[in-house]
Design a protein around this ligand. Structure first.
Ligand code: OXD
Length: 352
């Protein structure tokens, strides 16, 4: 095989570039780190640009140089946000790998549903920090810590309203028992919680992943919600999971449920969530994601509610990264060069 051009778009380190080069001498890296920032700034909503590109510096390049790099690339490594018109401008493109995990990141790009193989870092993101975010949120509301902000603001305690509960022996429903969901399950089980969960499909007779005492297909989600005090949404956002947590799901939940979403905002119907809060159904809600998070701030009625914690998509952030997206890219590069099937390819029909 002759050389393959690998276009590196995100601002990864020199060490990462070297690791990719070390995969095989046929790899010809086109170092386009940061080149496309100028286009990302022009094509993504200002909210996304401020949040993810900020004031970072990038090399000045001409459109001609960028188009030239795209014209010959067979493989591209991308980050978040991705280029919206990569397919159209890279006629020789065969495969794109994204360092983030979410397939839905490509929804507004011309790669979605295209003939190019697209792989994600699904399951290889910082799972432990995300699991810690979930458990921290559960404990926050279980101990009533959210009420301390109210008391602090008005300089008056109302100790009777705290009504703390212990998480040990309580049931948590992990919605989406993939790589992240399984990490959540392990940590919650270690805290003494009873863990049940759903997956899109569950093979009959397959052993339960560590931590789980029950795993069902998503058809049985409402049954599991009905036996849980805590719920963690960890599944990918697809056609099937849009508004998965809607009115019927809230109706199936116990009064006093704590709900955490570390996946995508669109999985929760926010009107139904507001309704459930108004009805007093939920003890607390932690949202690391919300509907339209790449375009605008959260819905004010959620942000203004003392039972809702909203964070800016930081659950995977950590001082000790365990992200293995580059590792997967390098392994897949070897497979690509050997003509073998790649891991973590997005199935456009399935949506992840
Ligand atoms: C994501 C990620 O896609 O954090 O949300 O990787």
């Amino acid at each position: 095989m002759e050389s393959v051009e690998v276009l590196v778009i995100p601002q990864v380190s020199d060490e990462v570039l070297q690791r990719i080069q070390n995969v095989d001498c046929r790899v010809k890296i086109v170092d386009a780190r940061g080149w496309f920032d100028v286009e990302l700034r022009a094509t993504w909503p200002q909210w996304t640009v401020d949040r993810y590109l900020g004031a970072r510096k990038s090399p000045a390049t001409s459109l001609e140089e960028r188009n030239h790099a795209l014209a010959s690339a067979q493989i591209a490594l991308t980050g978040w946000p991705p280029l919206k018109d990569l397919r159209a401008r890279a006629p020789r493109l065969k495969w794109v790998h994204e360092l983030p995990a979410g397939a839905s990141n490509f929804l507004n790009t011309d790669l979605w549903g295209s003939d190019v193989l697209v792989t994600t870092s699904r399951g290889l993101t910082n799972r432990r920090p995300m699991a810690e975010y979930v458990l921290a949120s559960f404990l926050h509301f279980a101990r009533g810590l959210h009420l301390s902000y109210r008391d602090q603001k008005r300089h008056r305690f109302d100790h009777q309203t705290y009504d703390p509960v212990i998480v040990r022996d309580k049931t948590v429903c992990v919605v989406g028992a993939g790589g992240i969901g399984q990490e959540v399950a392990k940590l919650c089980a270690a805290a003494g919680m009873r863990v049940v969960g759903t997956r899109r499909q569950v093979a009959s007779g397959a052993p339960l992943p560590p931590g789980f005492v029950r795993l069902e297909s998503s058809r049985l989600l409402h049954d599991l919600l009905g036996e849980s005090e805590f719920v963690a949404v960890c599944c990918p956002w697809t056609k099937e999971t849009t508004h998965l947590i809607g009115r019927a799901a809230f109706a199936a939940m116990k009064t006093g449920t704590v709900l955490v979403n570390i996946a995508r905002g669109e999985i929760i119907d926010e009107e139904a969530l507001l309704h459930a809060l108004a009805e007093g159904k939920l003890r607390g809600v932690a949202l690391d994601v919300y509907v339209g998070e790449f375009e605008h701030p959260p819905e004010s009625r959620l942000w203004d509610d003392g039972r809702v914690v909203i964070t800016p998509h930081v659950s995977a952030a950590t001082d000790v990264s365990e992200h293995r997206g580059v590792m997967l890219f390098c392994e897949n590069l070897t497979r690509y060069l050997e003509g073998l099937p790649l891991e973590n390819v997005i199935d456009w029909e399935r949506g992840y």
